[in-house]
Ligand binder design. Structure first.
Ligand code: AMP
Ligand code: MG
Length: 336
């Protein structure tokens, strides 16, 4: 079941307390794409939302796994082919992130995701034999990127860029804004929040983190020039025979990842990296994910488990718990 993202993550705007001669003009738009609600806001510069909407449509047309005319759909049908420069560049980055996370992120997981019915919403629990057979063709290291934007997949392999596409798209939109002189913008692509600069009055953006265990928010983080990207089982799941099955699959088992996390939020500069890491660290589970953070620089993280919230040390002064988490200890992880 997919919750409409706007209900689960919102942007909290501070009331303007300072006197401003003329507040920067705000241009906003809501777009429905990639199966989710996308909110775009640009401040101070002429309306450029039509351009952003074009980038969204174009990216969806290239990357969709279900549209028969998309590059990824054709690649999955034919096992090889040429793709656009953009898609090729995304595949290069995605494969690097699959390697970095030692296969916790694996873009060739698609046949398994399909077997669980997450792309069609026809949910079912595949049996162990079926999963084992499908897992034989899951191995990102067998994807070959060749000269001339050519891609060759392994036997029976199919790929799905759903774990990185929205972060990639967010980077593309913010690059477009930046190159057109925008200094302040905020986009929320179905819960993936990305900010360009600070708010137009110079203060930080306040981004709410969804409480994965109930309606409402678990906290707020104050940022500028950052992506804040969350993965959690609560975002898409179905229940059967008293058990809950969600959409983030552990490529080493074929089953929904079950590493003691309710959600992982990654905060960093690059949308595509944060998107990849939020999915991968959710798959790793709490222990491996915290180890990964300690041994890799350039991002901060918020882990929510049944026991509460754990944040990395770089967030100490910018994270405030909300709701039931206000009365529990927020554990701070250090890099030793
Ligand atoms: P996200 O919401 O960014 O965490 O991405 C989750 C989506 O990525 C799922 O809906 C699947 O389409 C796909 N996916 C699930 N498990 C994995 C995985 N281990 N590696 C890569 N993609 C995955
Ligand atoms: Mg992701």
């Amino acid at each position: 079941m997919k919750k409409v993202s706007i209900l689960i993550l919102c942007l909290l705007f501070l009331c303007g307390c300072q006197e401003q001669a003329e507040p920067a003009k705000q241009y906003s738009k809501t777009v429905f794409a990639m199966d989710t609600v996308m909110e775009l806001s640009v401040y101070g510069v002429e309306d450029m939302l039509a351009g952003a909407e074009y980038i969204i449509t174009d990216t969806e047309n290239q990357l969709s796994v279900t549209r028969p005319d998309s590059e990824i759909y054709r690649l999955n049908e034919e096992g090889q082919g040429k793709v656009s420069e953009n898609t090729y560049a995304l595949l290069e980055q995605a494969l690097e992130l699959c390697t970095l996370t030692d296969g916790a992120l694996d873009i060739s997981i698609y046949p398994v995701v399909k077997a669980w019915g997450f792309t069609t919403d026809e949910h079912r629990v595949p049996d162990a034999n079926e999963l084992n057979t499908l897992l034989q063709s899951v191995d990102y290291s067998k994807i070959e990127l060749r000269e001339g934007n050519a891609v060759l997949l392994g036997e029976h392999m199919q790929i799905d860029l759903g774990s990185v596409a929205k972060g990639w798209l967010g980077d593309a939109i913010l690059d477009y804004f930046r190159s057109n002189g925008v200094e302040s913008a905020m986009i929320n692509l179905g819960g993936n929040v990305q900010a360009l600069g600070a708010k137009s009055d110079g203060s930080l953006w306040r981004v709410a983190i969804t409480d994965p265990s109930e309606e409402g928010y678990a906290g707020v983080v104050e940022i500028k020039d950052r992506a804040v990207i969350t993965s959690g089982g609560y975002e898409r799941y179905f229940d059967q025979d008293g058990l809950r099955y969600h959409h983030i699959i552990d490529p080493s088992t074929g089953y929904p990842a079950d590493g003691g996390l309710l959600s992982v939020t990654i905060i960093g500069e690059s949308g595509v990296t944060c998107d990849a890491l939020s999915t991968a660290l959710f798959v790793m589970g709490f222990d491996k994910a915290t180890y990964f953070w300690k041994h890799n620089n350039g991002f901060e993280a918020i882990f929510i488990t049944d026991n509460g919230i754990c944040i990395t040390e770089g967030l100490t002064s910018v994270f405030s718990p909300l709701g039931k988490y206000e009365n529990t200890e927020v554990v701070i992880l250090h890099r030793d």
